[in-house]
Design a protein around this ligand. Structure first.
Ligand SMILES: [Zn+2]
Ligand SMILES: [Zn+2]
Ligand SMILES: [Zn+2]
Length: 373
């Protein structure tokens, strides 16, 4: 996967760019090819790097400045509007007439597009509510109580394929306050999406399938009273040894939360390694020699973990040098690696790739944990 470049002038681009910072051409991301096209103002066409015109048009949400994706001419229209593969899952968007909402919605869409791109790269099932009753939908809700500094009345969560997000989460000050109140090391819009979509895929890929019993053996029995478990977690916190089996304290609350947290971390690791790999990422020094010379979207857990541990350590050191908090304030323990392996195999099978067997590679990789990087 190459780093994104302007198809007109080859300048490097960020995934969120709407216009080239160098040649100023309008840009559109084509999810079918994982490349950007540029707008040729003379002909009105969208052109790829070879100059060819694409049969594509901007997503209808481009008119609000919140989306930079293109819609291919074979894709269905939603209510007469041509929505891209990310926006067509939106069910409720907040009232844009309210001050500050448009800017927050833009940030929410930026995070959501990174999520949807990863799901496409992994070839995971991605249906709208129009296509399947349990398809994926998003409700972005404005919470006037939270806006006034009171306890949020609308909680971010998942039910029946619908991911609800309180738009207050797009406000940096409010989200940071909540992060402190909850004692969390990491709280981002992208993290919310990766976690909540994990709940969606549990119901879609695990519940009632051949994966259900292996899930219970590893994550625990999800029939435990969910409300009571989450209330107990907030009342008394996670057990002191939660690190051994869980990627986060919250994951210890209930097997569903454990799966969603693990799924989110699988996406964190895969997407971040892909970003590293797009620049030919390689660590070679201080007795560390490791490269992202493989496709993280098709990799097994042992490969991901063996690369992620040294890279995340190095990235944390770089962030600390800049006075920033750690990029990845988490620890992969043997118990967590087994759960990541479950998710990697589940995703591989759902994406139509051979599910990697549990191999000695994973055991060998786990055996290195606790011995530094
Ligand atoms: Zn350019
Ligand atoms: Zn869109
Ligand atoms: Zn959850």
């Amino acid at each position: 996967m190459p780093a994104y470049r302007c198809p007109h002038c080859r300048h490097l681009l960020q995934f969120e760019d709407h216009a080239c910072p160098s040649c100023a051409h309008g840009l559109g991301y084509d999810p079918a090819t994982d490349r950007f096209a540029h707008h040729d103002a003379t002909s009105g066409d969208w052109r790829d790097a070879g100059g060819g015109a694409l049969a594509a048009e901007p997503c209808a949400n481009a008119r609000f400045g919140v989306c930079n994706w293109l819609v291919g001419d074979l894709e269905p229209s939603t209510g007469g509007q041509r929505m891209c593969r990310a926006c067509r899952h939106n069910r409720v968007i907040p009232d844009l007439a309210v001050a500050g909402v448009l800017d927050r919605w833009r940030r929410i869409e930026e995070a959501k597009r990174r999520l949807i791109r990863a799901l496409i790269m992994l070839n995971l099932p991605l249906d709208t509510k129009n296509e399947r009753y349990d398809g994926l939908a998003f409700d972005f809700l404005y919470d006037s109580a939270a806006e006034m500094g009171y306890v949020p009345q609308l909680l971010t969560g998942h039910a029946g394929g619908v991911i609800t997000l309180n738009v207050i989460e797009a406000d940096d000050v409010a989200r940071e306050r909540i992060r402190h109140q909850m004692g969390e090391p990491y709280r981002t819009l992208l993290g919310h999406f990766r976690h909540e979509v994990g709940h969606h895929y549990w119901f879609r890929l695990v519940a009632g399938t051949d994966w259900h019993e292996p899930f219970r053996a590893l994550f625990g029995d999800e029939r435990a009273d969910y409300q009571a478990a989450v209330q107990a977690h907030y009342a008394s916190g996670a057990p002191a040894d939660w690190h051994d089996q869980h990627i986060s304290a919250y994951a210890a609350a209930h097997p569903w939360e454990d799966f969603a947290e693990t799924f989110a971390h699988y996406l964190h690791i895969v997407d971040t390694l892909a970003a590293i790999g797009s620049f030919g990422g390689e660590l070679d020094g201080s007795d560390i020699e490791v490269a992202v010379d493989f496709d993280p979207y098709h990799a097994d857990a042992a490969t991901l973990g063996a690369r992620w541990i040294p890279f995340s350590f190095a990235l944390n050191a770089i962030n600390r040098a800049m006075g920033q908090p750690d990029l990845y304030p988490f620890r992969l323990t043997p118990g967590v690696m087994l759960k990541l392996d479950f998710v990697a195999r589940l995703v591989a099978q759902a994406g139509g790739r051979a599910a990697p067997e549990e191999t000695s590679d994973l055991e060998a990789m786990i055996a290195t944990l606790g011995h530094g990087v």
